[in-house]
Design a protein. Structure first.
Length: 342
């Protein structure tokens, strides 16, 4: 059949049992197209079959967990679909703020040992009336404000409002928000924004994440900002740590409470020793600074097991839950679905 049809894609499900699925994959050895498996979400048999296909040298697409949404299928099979040219768009930050287009979405952070929800990262999205959801890559800063001060204020205030809603429901979780490093250099901005929060609003509930490269370029700014934020019981985290994570080992002058490795060094770390080494260095640096080690973008079980063995504290990524709008995240907290997903 393969010789006659020469398909580009074969989709297999474990309807006849794990052994039969493994046998079908054995017969596909040498197949030049792509293979996608589907079955129960997070089913161990599906994971084992996927890894078996990879060992056979097959080009395995990400498994499709059932039940699935149209978007899940489209994301996996996107390479087979005609791709329209991306629109040349740009969203003006001032316009989006004045029209109420900005939203905060939340990506859960999961404890690697207990597999329970321990926090969330707030992510900014624009719901444009024409283009739908727009990511930050298309944001255009306001004139005279190249570092998004107005947007940073929106993120902080709304994140704390959401935190207080979650706390009122009996779920006190830490929320981290990402701010451009130049914002931390402005003591007036920090004093103004956090002075507007209720006295107990940020107690154990807010973490400011800043880019690792900018923090290493001027560690004095990070130390000064950390001291100022400490008055409000707010901590600082290093985000997007890559190869420079190696220089963090031995440094104990960065007063941070979390260190998060780049997705590029998390994805595939289960089979890549270089990525494993970068991740191990980050964990060592976090331990020396008394900080939590966080891995983002975890999409595969093999990667998660490696990160767990390396003693990461927290993980986040599509393996556990994708970013979701605040109301959906709140409903998931109330129904405790996040614990079930983990």
């Amino acid at each position: 059949m393969l010789a006659d049809a020469a398909p580009n894609l074969i989709v297999l499900g474990p309807l006849g049992g794990e052994a039969e699925l493994a046998g079908l994959l054995d017969r596909l050895a040498g197949f030049s197209g792509k293979v996608m498996l589907f079955g129960g979400r997070c089913a161990p048999a599906l994971t084992r079959a996927h890894e078996h296909g990879e060992r056979l040298g097959l080009t395995m697409l990400a498994p499709l967990g059932t039940p699935f949404r149209e978007g899940d299928l489209g994301q996996i099979l996107g390479g087979f679909l005609p791709i329209a040219p991306a629109p040349d768009i740009g969203v003006d930050v001032d316009e989006a703020l004045s029209n109420g287009w900005f939203e905060l979405w939340y990506q859960p952070k999961i404890d690697t040992r207990s597999l329970t929800l321990q926090g969330a990262e707030a992510l900014v999205r624009v719901r444009h009336p024409t283009w739908g959801l727009v990511t930050p890559a298309y944001y255009i800063p306001a004139d005279g404000d190249p570092y998004y001060h107005a947007l940073s204020q929106f993120v902080i205030m709304h994140a704390m409002a959401d935190w207080m809603r979650f706390a009122a429901d009996g779920r006190r979780i830490g929320i981290s928000v990402n701010l451009p490093s130049p914002v931390l250099e402005d003591p007036g901005f920090i004093a103004h924004i956090f002075g507007k929060l209720p006295p107990n609003a940020a107690e154990g509930g807010l973490l400011i994440a800043t880019d690792c490269a900018g923090a290493l370029a001027d560690a004095a700014v990070v130390r000064k900002a950390a001291a100022q934020l400490a008055f409000h019981r707010i901590g600082i985290a290093l985000d997007a740590i890559g190869p420079e994570g190696a220089v963090l080992v031995g440094r104990r002058d960065l007063p941070v409470v979390e260190m998060k490795v780049q997705r590029a060094f998390v994805s595939g770390c289960g089979q890549d020793r270089i990525r494993q080494a970068v991740c191990a260095h980050l964990v060592a640096a976090a331990r020396e600074n008394g900080a939590r080690a966080v891995a983002g973008g975890v999409a595969g079980n093999a990667d998660f097991m490696t990160l767990r063995a390396l003693e990461f504290d927290l993980v986040q990524g599509p393996l556990f839950a994708k970013p979701m709008a605040a109301d959906k995240f709140r409903r998931a907290l109330l129904s405790k679905r996040l614990a079930a997903w983990a």
